[in-house]
Design a protein around this ligand. Structure first.
Ligand code: NAD
Ligand code: 44H
Length: 381
């Protein structure tokens, strides 16, 4: 069995690559970072160090690596004969992966089973986004002819993989916990052979529970931690102010998740408490800068703050803690982060109304509008 995986970064090596390797796939990593791909191509193996209770070292071998920027032709050939294609590149990068997949579908022998595509990004329906980009890349007529050569299944992936130490080489330090949930419908009864993945009929409750609990909570700790002057996530969570607001934020999103998806409130309470314990893991060298990265993506309409807050506001339910977290996000000032710089520019050049409508997708008249307008104005003063 062969899997092509785009994005040989933290989650690519420390989670998707490991799980596919353990499932018996030969993994072909594709990435645009030349030093990383060169190092992978020259290596026989790398080690995933799980830190925390019960953590152990896991060795990944039997992989190959290709540069998708300079050797796109070989990458397309590999995809054309692969069983599985996964990505962990970031949701905004999927459109750059799509032309490779489109070309691979042209080359894929018609007698092969459909390529099983799973985009492992922190975004709702990331595989559908990739599918739409592939269709756009092929154009309507060609897509109609080739679409049956691939199936696209949405997924929810959960494992904290921090940025790695400069001297770590290819090895990756990760937490022990992991969860990979995949929607089963698109596979039509022939799900990929991945024992560590869980296949479910309806992914919506899983991806929303993950994004609006793990990622909302994580980003809250990152932005409030940044404001309070912390560098590490585990230190930020030891700060009472940060912990108090993070706890309230997770109570707010839990109210929505319980109401919307019929989750058991006690199970959800245990889930969010476990998540706070995961963030507090002192052996995990995770930073507020990594977790807060790309604040404009995180502040966008369907993401971890505005997504749940908009739904709560429409139901007349409390959103004050989420709004406090958004307030902190507006103060994330990291010159190395392009979106942080862009956010600062927006705040300096646009009216509060334009920021709320443009960056957060909330229009005048929405029940969340006035509280967001107020905090944007506050961040500008
Ligand atoms: N790190 C985590 O804890 C974690 C957990 C769950 C999900 N995720 C998600 O996984 C994705 C990747 O996150 P990460 O933390 O591994 O980031 P990362 O920056 O460590 O890895 C991303 C990799 O993608 C590569 N890349 C960029 N553009 C590319 C392109 N056009 N083609 C091929 N490769 C390209 C980069 O060179 C990099 O190696 C994101 O969507 C993230 O939200 C991350
Ligand atoms: O990857 P992002 O930028 O969407 O979010 C940052 C972190 O919250 C995220 O990477 C978590 O570590 C991960 O989602 C845990 O499963």
């Amino acid at each position: 069995m062969k899997a092509v995986h785009f994005g040989a970064g933290n989650i690519g090596r420390g989670f998707v690559g490991l799980i596919l390797h353990d499932a018996g796939y030969e993994v072909v990593f594709a990435d645009v970072a030349a030093p990383l791909i060169d190092a992978l191509a020259a290596a026989d193996s790398y080690t995933v160090h799980e830190v925390g209770e019960g953590g152990r070292d896991r060795v990944v071998d039997t992989f190959r690596a290709l540069n998708s920027a300079t050797d796109a032709d070989s990458v397309c050939d590999e995809i054309a004969t692969a069983d599985v294609l996964t990505t962990a590149v970031g949701p905004t990068v999927l459109r750059f992966v799509a032309p490779h997949v489109a070309e691979a579908l042209r080359r894929r022998p018609a007698e092969l089973a459909p390529l099983q595509v799973m985009a492992c990004e922190n975004a709702i329906n990331a595989s559908d986004i990739l599918r739409d980009e592939v269709a756009a890349s092929l154009g309507q007529d060609e897509w109609a002819k080739l679409h049956s050569r691939a199936v696209f299944a949405n997924t929810a992936v959960d494992r904290i993989v921090p940025g790695q130490a400069a001297d770590a080489g290819l090895d990756v330090t990760v937490e022990t916990f992991f969860e990979w949930v995949v929607e089963s419908g698109p596979f039509g009864g022939d799900v990929p052979a991945i024992p560590d993945a869980t296949f479910v009929e309806d992914l919506a409750p899983y991806i929303e529970r993950k994004l609006f609990t793990v990622n909302t909570g994580h980003a809250t700790v990152a932005y409030l931690g940044f404001v309070q002057g912390h560098t590490k996530i585990s230190d930020a969570l030891r700060d009472e102010t940060v912990a108090r607001i993070a706890t309230r934020v997770l109570q707010e999103t839990s109210t929505l998740l319980v109401a919307k998806h019929g989750l058991d409130p006690e199970v959800q309470r245990a889930y969010r408490e476990k998540i706070l314990r995961r963030f507090a893991n002192p052996a995990l060298p995770d930073t507020v800068q990594r977790v807060g990265r790309q604040p404009l993506r995180k502040l966008s309409r369907h993401e971890r703050f505005i997504g749940p807050a908009a739904e709560l506001a429409q139901l007349g339910l409390p959103t004050s803690a989420l709004v406090e977290a958004v307030d902190a996000a507006l103060r994330f000032d990291v010159p190395d982060d392009e979106q942080s710089v862009e956010l600062r520019e927006l705040l300096q050049t646009q009216t509060p109304e334009a920021v709320v409508e443009g960056a957060m997708g909330i229009s005048v008249g929405h029940p969340l509008f006035s509280s967001l307008r107020e905090i944007v104005a506050g961040a500008q003063s």
